[in-house]
Structures are given as structure tokens and as C-alpha cells.
Design a protein around this ligand. Sequence first.
Ligand code: HEC
Ligand code: HEC
Length: 218
Amino acid sequence: MDKMRDGNSVKNTETQRHRGAQARWRAAVGSVSLCLCVFNAVITAQTKPVAERIQQCTVCHGSDGNSRVKNTPSLAGQPEFFLLNQLVLMREGVRPIEPMKPYVKDLQDSDIEAIAQYFAALEPKPSEEIPDPALMQRGAELAASLRCASCHLPDFAGRQQIPRLARQRMDYLIYSMKQFRDNTRSGADTLMSNVVAGLSDADLTALAHYSASIRSEK
Ligand code: HEC
Ligand code: HEC
């Protein structure tokens, strides 16, 4: 009995010594990872996390990237490169949008890439605006003669630097086409201005009713 007890007590002290060493090792590792945490916090304090930035965009552009605000475009399902391109233009002040300035001025290239990828992957949904069948018909005729599909693709989903029009807000489509026509969108691509040059407000409205309501795969 005594022998066994002695044996046990030797074992116990060995275990205790071992545990002591483990605890010291853990404390050392712990303080190293604590240092890393502090270091990371310093880095992220300078560059806001992308999720936080996206959250700010959705206040105006919609929680799912589909805007419910007049004249404010939906971003959901836009070609990734179009978003990337526009955000660079906005950051550099080439396409200045007053209410957006505080949100784009300090975007890093990596933020822009992540933001563009995020919104491009969201599902575009039709807005609450109701398209008028007669205007849609007139818009279809105009779109065919002006060959909108040659650039925006037959389903108007856009590609590369050319934006999606399908399921975009109609008020924004009208607003932006007026800007192209009247040459008031700075940094605008002249290809697009040439297409709508000379069209009436009624023509642009018809084009918007048609474009927004085209069914696209995505
Ligand atoms: C305070 C409201 C507001 C906030 C916040 C905001 N935007 Fe905008 N954004 C707008 C408005 C309004 C327009 C259209 C203005 C115009 O064309 O004159 C716009 C236009 C855009 C466009 C052009 C889309 C197109 O189809 O031409 C992109 C891209 C965009 N915003 C991305 C973003 C991103 C990304 C963020 C967050 C970093 C953001 N916006 C934050 C209001 C906002
Ligand atoms: C030659 C190619 C081309 C043709 C044809 C064309 N577009 Fe465009 N469109 C563009 C490009 C490129 C842009 C992006 C312009 C920019 O970045 O400034 C654009 C942008 C737009 C925008 C702005 C959308 C936004 O989200 O900012 C609208 C609206 C639009 N086009 C409608 C039309 C309609 C309607 C037609 C036919 C009447 C048409 N486009 C024909 C190339 C074209």
C-alpha cells in the first residue's frame, strides 16, 4: 500500500511539474499572440474592414444592392469590371458624386476589388416602379434602331465596362441617359453620349421602361 502510495506521489509531482511547464509555455505563447492581436488592431484601425465599407454603401444602394432610393442606382448584378472602373473614376474625382465622396476617397485598390466582386455577385431585382406597356413598346423600337444590344448585350445584362440596364431603376436610367445626352456626366464614355444625342425626354423615358423590364438570365 505504502509503496503504491509513494509511487503515486512521485507520479503526481512529475505531472505537476509537467503541468507547470505547460502553463508557462501557454503564458508565453499567449503573450506572443496578444502582441499579434494588438499589432493587427493597429493595422485595421488605418484601413476600415471591407464589410464595414459595404455596409455604408448599402444605406443608399439597398441592403441587397437593389436601390429603393430615387435616382440612386442598384449595384446588384452589375458587371464586376464596370463597378471597379466606376469606383476608380469616383475615387480619383473623374466622376465626382457629391454624396459619395466621403465613402470613396480613401478606398484602397483591394477594397475596390472586394466591393466590386461583392455587388456583382448579388441578384438584381426589379424596382418598385411599374413599367408602362405602351412605353415599353416604343422603347423596344428605339432600342432596336439604336442598337443598344450591340453593346449592352441582348439581355441588357452588360459586360466589361458596359453597365447592366435590365432591372435597373427606371428613374436612374432616365436620369443617367439625360446626363449622357446633355454631356453633364463627367468622366462619361463618349460612345454612350453619341448614341443618345438628339433624343427627346420622351424617347429616353420609353427606353428606360423597355430596358429595365427586359428579362435577363442573371
Ligand atoms: C449617400 C448616398 C450614397 C452612398 C453612401 C453611396 N452611394 Fe454610390 N451613388 C449614390 C448616388 C446618388 C449615385 C448616382 C449619382 C449620379 O449618377 O449622379 C451613386 C452612384 C454609384 C455608382 C455608379 C453606378 C452606375 O450604375 O452608374 C457606383 C458604382 C456606386 N455608387 C458605388 C457605391 C459604393 C461602392 C459605395 C460605398 C463605398 C457607395 N456607392 C456609397 C449615392 C450613394
Ligand atoms: C457603342 C456601345 C453602346 C451602345 C450602342 C449603347 N451603349 Fe449605353 N453605355 C455604353 C457604355 C460604354 C456605358 C458606360 C459609360 C461610362 O462609363 O461612362 C453605357 C452606359 C449606359 C447607361 C448608364 C447606366 C448606368 O448604370 O450608369 C445607360 C442608361 C445606357 N448606357 C443606356 C443605353 C441605351 C438605352 C442604349 C440604346 C439606345 C445604349 N445604352 C446604347 C455603351 C453603349
